[in-house]
Design a protein around this ligand. Structure first.
Ligand SMILES: NC(=O)c1ccc[n+]([C@@H]2O[C@H](COP(=O)([O-])OP(=O)(O)OC[C@H]3O[C@@H](n4cnc5c(N)ncnc54)[C@H](O)[C@@H]3O)[C@@H](O)[C@H]2O)c1
Length: 323
């Protein structure tokens, strides 16, 4: 790699130390966390590469910029249009996170089906053994369920969706349906899942619906009132993708009025804000956007982001490319 290239890490992003050391060996690495606002402005002027969330304003303030590396699989936190207009390539780290996020998908489904987080909250709040009779009846918390034999609908059949499908089928004996208009249905069938051609076809059949699509203008509020009402009243929604994919107001009504049985959320529309109405609901398990936050995956994400930048500067084919 050309040793004179300069790469700026934009705060608040923290690159895993192994990835950082790898990059540091190849380029002049500047950590924006060590700089004040003027320092970041000066570093932007010199940077050939940026790592982290990048605004259009930052792209335009970086005249030497050639590449933006995102150590994640979403690219909604990068102004890809501004980058493309400036001739700047955007590369991400799709494919480095599927195991961690798919395991969280299983975790959220299990938490909802078996009332795990709910029971734990009651134990801690009431400091007593809650009678088992609460878990034998209709409604919430009511009877727990088994994943085995149930049906999951996976919306977005990319790296994470495919890994989750495998785990659901082989680990839990679930029937797996998918909706992904960009994934070859024959290939999906070969992978042991049943592709559907619309959400309207998928949703009424599922006991669990899990979301794994990128947030774009076409997926914003992909799940609104109509989609939530199309789910079974006994079904659970799991969102491990991005908060903006679900209309949060409609979700609160769905959970309050019983259109669906419950939800597991790792992501929110305006993080770190979480609507008070969501926090007040019992039939929900909440996580603070930690789907990929395992040591293994954070290391792999950072390494892939660095591999991408190194490949770009060396003129080699890129492991992952967004635009
Ligand atoms: N919670 C977390 O910590 C966390 C971690 C990693 C990724 N994510 C989110 O998960 C998303 C998926 O990650 P991935 O690695 O599987 O990405 P990916 O790019 O491999 O897969 C995304 C899939 O969504 C499909 N898709 C696009 N638009 C669609 C639509 N309208 N309807 C149905 N399918 C559609 C694509 O065809 C693709 O197969 C990311 O974009 C990111 O936002 C969240």
């Amino acid at each position: 790699m050309n040793a004179r290239k300069t790469v700026l890490i934009l705060p608040p992003l923290q690159l895993h130390e192994r990835a950082r050391a790898m990059l540091d060996a190849e380029v002049e690495l500047i950590d924006g966390a060590d700089l004040d606002a003027d320092g970041v402005t000066a570093a932007l002027k010199r940077a050939h590469g940026l790592v982290g969330a990048v605004t259009g304003e930052q792209v335009r303030a970086a005249p030497n910029l050639e590449v933006i590396g995102m150590p994640g699989s979403g690219w909604d936190m990068i102004d890809v249009d501004a980058a493309t207009e400036a001739g700047v390539l955007v590369v991400n780290a799709a494919g480095a996170q599927h195991a961690a996020v798919a395991e969280h998908g299983i975790g959220l489904m299990l938490s909802l089906a078996k009332r795990i987080a709910y029971s734990d909250r009651i134990f801690h709040a009431e400091r007593r053994f809650v009678g088992r009779e609460h878990f034998m009846g209709d409604g919430w918390p009511g009877w727990a369920h088994e994943l085995s034999g149930s049906t999951v609908g996976i919306v977005g059949f990319g790296f994470i969706g495919r890994d989750l499908a495998r785990k659901c089928r082989l680990g839990f004996d679930m029937t797996v349906l998918t909706y992904d208009p960009f994934f070859d249905p024959d290939e999906a069938q070969r992978m042991g899942v049943r592709p559907t051609s619309s959400l309207a076809e998928l949703l009424p059949q599922c006991d669990y619906v899990t979301l794994h699509v990128p947030l774009t203008e076409s997926t914003r509020h992909l799940f609104g009132e109509a989609e939530l009402r199309a789910m079974k009243p006994t079904a659970y929604l799991v969102n491990l993708a991005r908060g903006g994919i679900v209309d949060e107001d409609a979700l609160i009504r769905a959970l309050t009025e019983g259109w669906i049985a419950g939800a597991g959320l790792d992501v929110f529309a305006e993080e770190p804000k979480v609507p008070a109405a969501l926090l007040a609901l019992p039939n929900i398990t909440l996580l603070p956007h930690i789907g990929s936050a395992t040591l293994e995956t954070r290391t792999a994400m950072g390494m892939l982001a660095v591999d991408n930048l190194e490949a770009f500067f060396a003129g080699r084919p890129l492991p992952a490319r967004v635009a």
